[in-house]
Write a protein that binds this ligand. Structure first.
Ligand code: KIV
Ligand code: ZN
Length: 513
């Protein structure tokens, strides 16, 4: 029986720390359910003490998800740890993850604590956490840039207090695979009680090596847990990407010799859900989940793949959840077929009303678009659920006119707070005209930082457009998405979605009735 590698997903905690990626409780719950379907071993559901919203999200996930262990982050103090324990009460299997920085830089400049104070606080925190939970993870933040002699003392002390997992973060993504792997191996060799805990790696991607470093931590260092996020979501350049490490360990089992529990056929659905929820679009050439990951454009490659697929493919698209027959439904498809497809995509709508409304949206889309793909279905369910959770603004209708040599003009009707608004404007282009029209009523003053557009399903011109935007207002940043066969409509939806997210974050965004 091969050794197991624990997959610890931190999309909902470290991933969410990415600017603009913050999620509502319902969005987190939906992602947590998908992570459970993916058979992630541990879900870091949030940082319970950081805000009442995070506390409620951890609590809701602990109550709803039963097949994965649920974890909350906590700083190394009694209040944080008590909040984490409280939020995790309803979990089938719980973990408290406590951390304190151990690098000279962090201790001196950030914590303003001496080594001895940090050592004592780490020890007390783990002792306190163990009184609340049998499964306690300890992380020395900025561990990879810490003095190894001091780190060994801290790690030995926390194991003696009962830490069951030791996680060694490369917090700033400074590692190089051989060096990081050797760092873990040395710690394990030097800490006398190292065999009493599971060792874990947590790598950031600042030099683009988070996946390589994590794998080296496993192969060279002997770690048996990897901390990662869907699509590599995370602060700055992100975290180690779940889909990449999992497929590396599976595809190169000859090299790693490790067993992972993940149901890889759920990977693409998880990737799409996280991307649509956070507005962080997946680049087309991203390994495993990018739209081009299994596309063969050159004639030589296409010829090879048709003759024998393994000439150019090392994984099968369907093994990671890219459907082989991606045309799923059309306008003649019935409610049952639609429901069936939702279930196959891992989507369980909570009520018959939700199902009926999603089906009505599907019919409307199928009227406008001959072939409805999985991506279209995921997008419409996303839209549907956003409305269910009471999004403030939503688009009612849009008309726009553009002609070579003429200044484009848009008329947008949208609803918000029980009122309907009609707004018109010219603009440099049709998207600009739409945004200006909406702003003429809302007057949020939001700044549009990024605008992107992608074909949602196939690359054909028939595809729905998925528009992603990044808005900034008063120092807050949100990412938003909107999809529609008409890319101007998709842009208006994305803009309104961004305004909703700014409202949810407490900005004063209201239409001037
Ligand atoms: O990157 C980091 O150091 C972290 C810790 C809190 C584990 O996310
Ligand atoms: Zn991190």
């Amino acid at each position: 029986m091969a050794d197991s590698l624990i997959i610890f997903d931190t999309t909902l905690r470290d991933g969410e720390q990415s600017p603009g990626a913050s999620m509502t409780k319902d969005e987190k719950l939906r992602i947590a359910r998908q992570l459970e379907r993916l058979r992630v071993d541990v879900i870091e559901a949030g940082f319970a003490a950081s805000s009442p919203g995070d506390f409620e999200a951890v609590k809701a996930i602990a109550a709803a998800v039963k097949d994965s262990r649920i974890c909350s982050l906590a700083r190394a103090n009694d209040r944080d740890i008590s909040r984490a324990a409280e939020a995790l009460k309803g979990a089938n299997a719980a973990r408290i993850h406590t951390f304190i920085a151990t690098s000279e830089l962090h201790m001196e400049k950030k914590l303003r604590m001496t080594r001895e104070q940090v050592l004592e606080q780490a020890r007390l925190a783990v002792r306190f956490a163990r009184n609340h939970c049998g499964d306690v993870e300890f992380s020395p933040e900025d561990g990879y840039r810490s003095d190894p002699d001091f780190l060994c003392r801290v790690l030995e002390a926390v194991i003696a207090e009962g830490a069951t997992t030791l996680n060694i973060p490369d917090t700033v993504g400074y590692g190089i695979p051989e060096l990081y792997g050797q760092f873990i191996a040395d710690l394990r060799r030097r800490v006398p009680n190292s065999d009493k805990a599971i060792w874990s790696v947590h790598c950031h991607n600042d030099l683009g090596m988070a996946v390589a470093n994590s794998l080296a931590g496993v192969k060279i260092g002997g770690a048996r847990q990897i901390e990662c996020t869907i699509n590599g979501l995370g602060e700055r350049a992100g975290n180690c990407s779940l889909e990449e490490v999992v497929m590396a360990v599976k595809t190169r089992r000859d090299h790693f010799g490790l067993q992972v529990n993940i149901d890889t056929s759920q990977i693409v659905a998880a990737s799409r859900l996280v991307s649509q929820t956070t507005g962080f679009v997946v680049q087309p050439n991203k390994a495993v989940v990018g739209a081009n990951a299994f596309a063969h454009a050159s004639g030589i490659h296409q010829d090879g793949v048709l003759k024998a697929r393994d000439t150019y493919e090392i994984m099968r698209a369907e093994d990671v959840g890219w459907a082989t027959n991606k045309i799923v439904l059309g306008k003649l498809s019935g409610r049952n077929a639609f429901k069936q497809r939702l279930l196959q995509l891992g989507i369980e709508l909570e009520s018959e009303t939700e199902l009926n409304e999603a089906f009505a949206r599907f019919k409307d889309l199928a009227d406008r678009k001959a072939e409805v793909f999985d991506e279209d279905i995921l997008a419409l369910v996303q839209d549907e659920q956003a409305e269910q959770v009471g999004e403030h603004f939503h688009l009612v209708s849009l008309a726009q006119r553009s002609e070579t040599g003429e200044r484009p003009h848009a008329r947008v009707v949208f609803a918000g707070g029980g009122q309907e608004f009609m707004a018109e404007s010219d603009g440099n282009g049709p998207v600009d005209a739409c945004v200006r029209a909406i702003e003429s009523q809302v007057q949020s003053g939001a700044e549009l930082l990024l605008f992107g557009i992608n074909a949602l399903s196939s690359g054909s011109s028939e595809s729905q457009g998925e528009v992603s935007m990044r808005l900034q207002l008063g120092g807050r940043v949100v990412n938003s998405v909107g999809s529609d066969p008409d890319i101007i409509v998709a842009s208006a939806k994305a803009y309104l979605n961004g305004l909703n997210k700014l409202r949810a974050k407490g900005e004063r965004v209201a239409a001037q009735g």
